[in-house]
Design a protein around this ligand. Sequence first.
Ligand code: ZN
Length: 346
Amino acid sequence: MNEPEHHAPDWMRLGDWMVGNFEKKQDPLGRDIPPSIPNPLRETLPAVVPIAVVPLQVEVTDLLIDLQTQLTSSSKLASDINRDWARQAGELETTALRAAIQVGAFDSGWLNTWAQAWSSVYNDRLDPAQRDAFLSAATIQRRIILDSGISGRFGDIESRVDQWVASRGAEFVSMVSESQHLAMRSLLTTEVAIGSGLRSTELAIRSAVGLDAQQTRTIATLRTSLRADGVSESIIDRRTSRRAKQLRNARAHRIARTEIAFAHNFGAFEAIRDARDEGSFDEPLLKQWYTSLDERVCPFCGPLHGRIIGLDETFPGNTKTLPATFVPPAHPQCRCVVLYVTRGEL
Ligand SMILES: [Zn+2]
């Protein structure tokens, strides 16, 4: 099918999120991802067919409240990530950096440097935070199952979380380190082209640690325009470093929130799938998209609110590279959840 190219608005730019999953069309537990229901940004969704559902939970907002609580702790996670980046920037070896600048290229060996840096960010920061969010949601979801009067049979959620985090970590590190590598290469090319000095280039590279490709370009553009205005090199360095620091901080927050929401939603989902696989339910399970209050106006998630699909079916993701997702988030900083329901009498 020849669809017109879709340009997502800036706020729902995919960034470095989830690309790997959908290239291989499998979720972090290695299961195939089926195609999604229509994308509300491209097509008008059909009217909601009223069907009666029985929510598994008595208190529908339990998961939403827990997600909000988990997200509150994302500030600390973000500042830890931010500190890691600042430290890594400082630890970049001057000799090796200057050699790359003189050659005018980061060779493929540098990919390893970025991968190691991102591995430690993942292992030290995101892995424990995602485990907590995953297990917290799984625990609530199990309690909800039991509270619904179902004699839930459960398997081993610990092994599911181990598997999920290991797979997510590998994917995350490979995505972000490759994007770091590309951003750094293009930054270096730009710096060389505009004739920045060795010291300035080195500073520009150090302050781009942790930035995504677009943020790196933003800094390069700022540098170019300040230079065109005849601003002195030392002021350019100061201003661009300050701006890079703000952008890095914003990205750390975006990553922290998105990865926590991602793990939280998968925790609840895996708890349900586990109970289903163990034979806890007599009836087929469904899932219903549920936005947080302010996401009801989001042009992507708003139309999804209340939509019901089968447990193993997928909702749309927000860009070409994320065509389908089992559970929210549908975009960075999405705070939606799904409710698990069974079909009731109308
Ligand atoms: Zn959302």
